[in-house]
Design a binder for this molecule. Structure first.
Ligand SMILES: [Zn+2]
Ligand SMILES: [Zn+2]
Length: 314
């Protein structure tokens, strides 16, 4: 193990140790989460729930290790692509933690004022768990549909293509999503939850699911989940979706479940191929500069890319 790698492992273990400290704090003491808590605590969490990011850290560690053990593409431990996606991750994660609650409340207010008439009659009397399951199914379906639309409509593709630009898929690539792209998909799927009678807590819970599962299937892991692939999106099927060649462009749009692709004929039949990923646009600002400043400059260019791309086409 080289020195840089050893240093990284040490830092990672230290971070895990730090994650144990907040386990002693009550949820209500975390200022960032204050916005979410009244709603979450009332419906989902035990009254004196304690917060710890340890579970999340363990999940990241597992995926990280799986990525090192069963990689699709072997390469340097901390590739430039991975560092760039980590910057995307820390930037967007920070924004999400800060604004998740406010965004969820704004979406619910928007829906209540203008689209409340869409709420399915009768579901209000259902058990909250049944409402949530129905909401997740509908949200996942609308996510599939909106994903397909974001590929087909050039305006939306300009923003979504940033996510597809990664040539070196890794567990942080799920964070490489342009804020405009994320807002469009989040708005549509949140409405699906609200149509099925769910409220703010369910929307927040869904938004948290949105941050966890995609981390697994974007990772550089040679896994297709066996028979589970008929139900779930897998690292293999999502890699095909990211395939750079034209023949992979219109398949595997699923977010959690692969059933929509199978139902509507957009599932790629191969489950043993691991194509190269990326977008063919040579104008895309691929990461080439290292160091914090270099990575920040590239992040800025990648954020601006959709607007320049649209102007070029206009
Ligand atoms: Zn896509
Ligand atoms: Zn993806």
């Amino acid at each position: 193990m080289v020195a840089a790698e050893r240093g990284w492992h040490l830092a990672w273990l230290l971070l895990g140790g730090l994650c144990l400290i907040p386990a002693t704090l009550p949820l209500s003491s975390l200022p960032v989460l204050n916005d979410l808590l009244p709603a979450l605590a009332h419906h989902v969490l035990p009254e004196k729930a304690r917060y710890s990011p340890l579970g999340y850290w363990l999940l990241l560690t597992l995926v990280w290790q799986a990525q090192r053990r069963w990689p699709v593409v072997s390469g340097p431990f901390l590739s430039l692509a991975l560092r760039q996606d980590m910057l995307w991750y820390f930037t967007t994660m920070g924004l999400r933690l800060l604004f998740l609650g406010a965004w969820a409340h704004a979406v619910v207010a928007l829906y209540t004022h203008y689209l409340g008439f869409l709420t399915l009659p009768g579901v209000a009397h259902w058990h909250p768990a049944a409402q949530f399951v129905l909401g997740v199914l509908l949200a996942d379906f609308t996510r599939w549909l909106s994903h397909l639309i974001r590929h087909k409509v050039p305006l939306f593709w300009a923003f979504h293509s940033v996510h597809h630009s990664q040539r070196d898929l890794n567990l942080f690539t799920d964070a490489r999503v342009h804020p405009v792209d994320r807002m469009v998909s989040s708005l549509i799927t949140s409405f699906a939850l609200l149509i099925t009678g769910n409220g703010v807590p369910a929307v927040i819970l869904w938004m948290l699911i949105e941050t966890l599962y995609p981390k697994f299937y974007h990772a550089n892991i040679r896994v297709d989940l066996g028979p589970l692939r008929y139900l779930l999106v897998t690292p293999q099927s999502h890699r095909v979706h990211h395939g750079v060649e034209h023949r992979y462009h219109d398949c595997n749009f699923g977010f959690l479940f692969s059933v929509w692709d199978r139902l509507f004929g957009t599932q790629h039949p191969e489950h043993r191929i691991w194509p190269a990923t990326g977008i063919p646009d040579t104008d895309f600002p691929v990461e080439r500069e290292d160091g914090v400043i270099g990575l920040l400059k590239t992040l800025g260019r990648q954020l601006v890319y959709p607007f320049l791309s649209l102007r070029r086409r206009a």
